[in-house]
Design a protein around this ligand. Structure first.
Ligand SMILES: O=C(O)CC[C@@H](O)C(=O)O
Ligand SMILES: [Zn+2]
Length: 464
């Protein structure tokens, strides 16, 4: 089918004014936050209903046209980049909250609902949607499900997967499947819902999601602690976890802190310069718990695991301490970073970080390296910053050439080359470092069941 005919047909499948082909729209909806790939979609369609999504998928399936889903476009692995003439299916107009059930504590929403919108809705009902991250103001629930998004509260609440009670999906064959229907208990065979979570739109598109809500936390209180080296962070985590139910345990390096301080709009937590910082959070629901936190802090100082620290005394101070961590990704995006999102079991983190640091130090002696991440989950974000004078292509090629050394270490530790950002186009060629050939063969077979013509977000997860 010639492109003009495809576009004309699309206009009959969604509202006629909901197909865009102008270059600004192709550029906007054809990409996510990654900067390696140039978008080149054929068209952007904005369905308004499940029926319209089904019509587009059926048409694409019949004519073997590739589709790429698009949510809040905050992805960091190029899973929502249309670089090869795909039709982008944007869920921007499927953004309604459809139902709330206070007894089930579930909310049913369309995939284009923004994470912060769901969080606010939950708050309005006196409840809490706990999956949270810096891009919550733009990211959409459909995309969160597609990547099984994690974020800053995983240590307590787990990943997006834990909060999906039911899904309606349109498969690559255009069938509508209703998966798990909000049930807590359902022992009727394979839980297909789980396959669509983290599938990056390669099996089908989520058109409705029933999400669980939780009791709202009380009197959240944060501490930022400076440590003399990375290794000291682990006994600090252990000490605090032994005394408190933590809602977060994050870390960042002095380089990350330096970039945040240079912004000029975030107050320094304390005067002492430290090589590493930990940010932890807990519910200070009683004086006893606040005292336990302070006693543990003192113990960590006595052990010389901590050089300095501060505890929030107000909501404003809590927000300011979180900015130290939450602003890192956006702040360093100015340097077009090369990103790694890697994980190992928590106990292995210090040795793993030391090995990776040695390799990147050896191969990138002139590049600035920024470490931060969700240390309580064993998830490290390694960002390599592009020197201002170096062209983007040269920089990414240099970084890619070191991937195998980094990923060899990940493999040696039985770790993951993508902890929470997904595979997308950035990591697809390296899947074999985290998954066996047998596993990959099964994954491909599963894809073929749901997407027999390979039209659903091709070139993501696997090279294809
Ligand atoms: O930019 C990154 O590398 C990580 C982004 C996000 O996952 C975070 O933890 O802030
Ligand atoms: Zn992260």
């Amino acid at each position: 089918m010639i492109p003009e005919a495809i576009i004309e047909t699309l206009k009959t499948l969604v509202d006629a004014d909901k197909v865009r082909t102008d270059s600004a729209s192709l550029d906007t909806w054809g990409r996510d936050w990654t900067k390696q790939f140039e978008p080149a979609p054929l068209a952007i369609v904005f369905p308004k209903s499940t029926e319209q999504v089904q019509a587009v998928v059926r048409f694409a399936n019949e004519h073997k046209l590739a589709l790429t889903p698009s949510g809040g476009r905050t992805g960091l692995s190029a899973a929502a980049v249309a670089a090869n003439g795909e039709i982008v299916v944007s869920f921007d107009y499927m953004n309604q909250i459809l139902d709330f059930n206070p007894y089930d504590r579930t909310v049913t929403c369309q995939p284009g609902v923004v994470t912060a919108q769901l969080q606010q809705y939950a708050e309005d009902q006196g409840l809490y949607y706990p999956v949270d991250f810096a891009s919550a103001g733009s990211s959409q629930i459909g995309g969160n499900i597609g990547t099984n998004a994690g974020g800053i509260k995983v240590i307590r609440y787990g990943m997006t997967r834990n909060w999906v009670a039911g899904l309606k999906v349109v498969t690559g064959a255009g069938e509508l499947l209703e998966l798990n229907k909000g049930l807590v208990k359902n022992a009727t065979g394979y839980d297909l819902r789980q396959l669509f979570i983290g599938a990056e739109g390669t099996l089908g598109f989520v058109v409705e999601a029933t999400m669980r809500l939780e009791r709202a936390p009380k009197n959240l209180t944060a501490m930022v602690l400076g440590t003399p080296d990375f290794d000291s962070i682990m006994p600090v985590l252990h000490a605090f976890q032994g005394k408190l139910d933590l809602t977060a345990f994050e870390f960042f390096s002095d380089k990350a802190m330096g970039k945040i301080m240079a912004r000029g709009d975030v107050p320094a937590p304390f005067a002492t310069d430290c090589p590493f910082y930990a940010l932890l959070e807990f519910e200070a629901v009683s004086e006893d718990i606040a005292n336990q936190a302070l006693e543990t802090f003192e113990h960590c100082v006595e052990q010389r695991w901590v050089l300095d620290g501060v505890m929030s005394q107000s909501e404003q101070q809590l927000q300011n301490l979180w900015k130290l961590r939450e602003f890192i990704s956006e702040t360093i995006s100015h340097w077009t970073p090369y990103k790694n999102d890697i994980s190992v079991t928590i106990s292995q983190v210090p040795a793993f970080l030391r090995d990776i640091d040695a390799i990147v130090g050896e191969h990138y002696p002139d590049f600035e390296i920024v470490w931060f991440g969700h240390i309580g989950d064993g998830n490290l974000h390694l960002n390599i910053l592009k020197p201002d004078a170096m062209p983007k292509e040269e920089f990414f090629a240099k970084c890619a050439s070191v991937n195998q050394w980094v990923f060899d270490i990940v493999k040696r530790y039985n770790g993951s080359i993508s902890a929470e950002h997904g595979m997308g186009m950035t990591k697809r060629d390296y899947l074999g470092y985290s998954r066996s050939p047998e596993e990959i063969a099964v994954m491909k077979a599963v894809k073929a069941v749901f997407d027999p013509n390979g039209i659903m977000n091709p070139g993501k997860i696997f090279p294809d």
